[in-house]
Design a protein around this ligand. Structure first.
Ligand code: SAH
Length: 205
């Protein structure tokens, strides 16, 4: 998977490559999906949601410039897989999931796989996780109509927010916001992507 889909497509970040070689992706999908776990595509995880394609997980983590000694927030825990990859690199990982059943199973899978530095909360992630802020990086794994103000404000100065943004709910532009000052963010457009919708107070209704 890593040689062909990740390194083969130009991901160079050594932390990302090493982390993705380590995390057992089959531990984050149902037993019926385990033969397909390393395929080059997303997979259903229940509740109409998906575990992202491996390349997209790598692309977002590389874009967020995650390294050791960092505190990272993920919105959209889903299966827990991306949080596990991030936890192989960063010291502290916080992840929020709005679906009770998905949040509970992500927590159980992360615990079973030994990822004790990942904290899972079931809540509306468009509001972030203010108690643990500020974050060096925030990764949003669902498509938003616009960038939630709460997430911008929970970034540390120099911190990066990676988020798919688009005004229709099926295609988005993967966007990186870097906080460059107390009231200043710099925005870059990285790629065209397709994510499930981010639903919440500062997302889709
Ligand atoms: N990172 C996940 C991919 C999850 S797909 C993985 O590795 O498996 C996106 C997830 O975002 C879905 O599980 C969906 O329920 C969740 N989501 C959508 N809106 C949300 C919100 N406002 N807060 C938290 N999670 C949300």
């Amino acid at each position: 998977m890593v040689d062909q889909q990740i390194a083969g497509r130009g991901i160079r970040d050594r932390h990302v490559l090493a982390a993705m070689r380590k995390v057992p992706r089959e531990s984050f999908v149902s037993p019926e999906q385990s033969a397909a776990a390393y395929g080059d595509h997303p997979l259903p995880i229940g509740q109409g949601q998906t575990i992202s394609q491996p390349y997209i997980v790598a692309r977002m983590i590389e874009a967020a410039r995650i390294g050791p000694d960092q505190r990272v927030l993920e919105i959209g825990a889903g299966s827990g897989y991306a949080a596990a990859v991030i936890a192989e690199i960063a010291d502290d990982v916080y992840t929020v999931e709005r679906h009770q059943a998905l949040g509970a199973s992500a927590r159980a899978r992360l615990q079973a796989a030994g990822y004790n530095t990942v904290h899972v909360q079931i809540a509306d992630g468009t509001l972030g996780w203010p108690d643990a802020a500020p974050y060096d990086a925030i990764i949003v794994a669902a498509g938003a109509p616009s960038v939630p103000q709460a997430l911008k404000e929970q970034l540390r100065e120099g911190g990066r927010l990676i988020i798919p943004v688009g005004t229709d709910s099926c295609t988005q532009t993967l966007t990186r916001l870097t906080r460059t000052g107390p009231e200043e963010w710099c925005e870059e457009r990285l790629a065209s992507v397709r994510f499930v919708p981010l639903i919440g107070a500062q997302g889709w209704t």
